[in-house]
Design a protein around this ligand. Sequence first.
Ligand SMILES: C[S@@+](CC[C@H](N)C(=O)[O-])C[C@H]1O[C@@H](n2cnc3c(N)ncnc32)[C@H](O)[C@@H]1O
Length: 489
Amino acid sequence: MNPSSAPALRAALVAADFTYDRVAEVLGRRGHDALGRNETAPGLAQTRGGSPVETLTRLFLLQTTVPLAEAERALPGLVDRLAVDGLLERSVGEVAARLDCRPYSTGDDDLWVVSDLTPGLDGGPHRVGTDHVLGISPASTSLAQLTIREPVGSALDLGTGCGVQALHLARHAGRVVATDVNARALAVTRFNAALNEVAVDVRDGSFFEPVRGERFDLVATNPPFVISPATGERLVYRDSGLPGDRVVEDIVRTAPRHLNPGGWCQVLANWVIERDRPWDERLAGWLPERHDALVVQREVLDPAAYVELWLKDAGLHGTADYRTRYDTWLSWFDEQGVEAIGFGWINLHAVDADAPRTELIEWPYDVEQPIAPAIHAWGGAARAVAAGIDADAHLSARADVVQETHGPVGVEDPETIVLRQQVGFRRARTVDTVEAALVGACDGDLSVGAILDAVAELLGADPATTRATYLPAVGELVAEGFLTTGLTT
Ligand SMILES: C[S@@+](CC[C@H](N)C(=O)[O-])C[C@H]1O[C@@H](n2cnc3c(N)ncnc32)[C@H](O)[C@@H]1O
């Protein structure tokens, strides 16, 4: 890959209107959905018009050969040059793609991302080379949605792959460093940075090694987290070469040395859940001192299902030694006492606090995406609670919180009252009449103490006792995001 070809390729992609929306349009709903299932026939039927956007879609996304004349029209004067660069392959009258190049919508605008071709289209071979450079995967999107998008001075993308996280980070970080051990990934990331006209400092080396002694405001990483005995062939895009979940533990333990004060490290990860041990106890042991930490377990996988998932991902389903590999991997899980595998998010916030807030939650529920603003708000709330919320605090109820009451029909007082958030984590909290009235009255005007006194008077209760009983709950309501202080991190 030669980054000097990137400006001309960019110009051709712009001229062809090769954007996410336009590609979805030419593929049509059926072609687009089928491609999501790795099937190309409906998309091929839809894109026979010969326009540049159709040609590029056929070439890169549908992986079919296109006539040379059409390729020349879509990529004027570039076909031979891109063939030399390794992006295309040219025969006498036809052109095929050797790498993928596709539009990627960030929501605000379009980027283009080059990666290795998607394996397994139309049931074709799934096996990839050990140095395969993954395109935009569901995990890439999850991390992109998790990453806090506040303006920062510096950001680090560990294990950059095709560089998709670095491209995102470059939009809100003054300086972006991206590391990887795969030389092909480094070349692709350099090319993608040039293609998208952003500066990324791409460095060769293992995880934090190339940034020794450096600190960042934000570290975002989707590391090669697949949990295995690490004895077989290593697919570098998913296998760290370290046994078990050591790679994630190492990142969590090392990250604090690379965070500026106030910085965040956000990790998408798998972790081992040991037999007879609560998942959060083990994870809590990794968390650094003086850092707030929010760990969210989103999914729990059974070891057998996990082995199947990753053997299929490697294209080994149906091969002669599939059963042996399956058995070896699963037996290793059993020997290690692995009960299940957790998948989720680890967020560390360098707050330098004597009593940091650590919260480890199992949260398989639907959340609002992107979840990043909710993570950022959690950080602000954690600090506000640490600073102390007393009776003089002026708090506001979050605008999206609604009250649900449950009880027999026609009865005056409900049996239960639930406050439910409509956005972010969409947490729910069962409250009593006093807490509900308190949250309802919090609009930043009256202090919490004054509101509790008024509620006590209304209910004929003792104001001092009401304050003593409910002030601790006020801290919880702030920490969980039902009430806000207006403080941000
Ligand atoms: C799951 S991919 C993530 C790619 C990309 N960041 C994304 O979000 O899609 C993991 C990446 O980590 C890289 N990697 C593997 N071992 C590494 C190591 N020891 N140090 C740095 N990167 C490594 C792989 O080459 C791969 O690009």
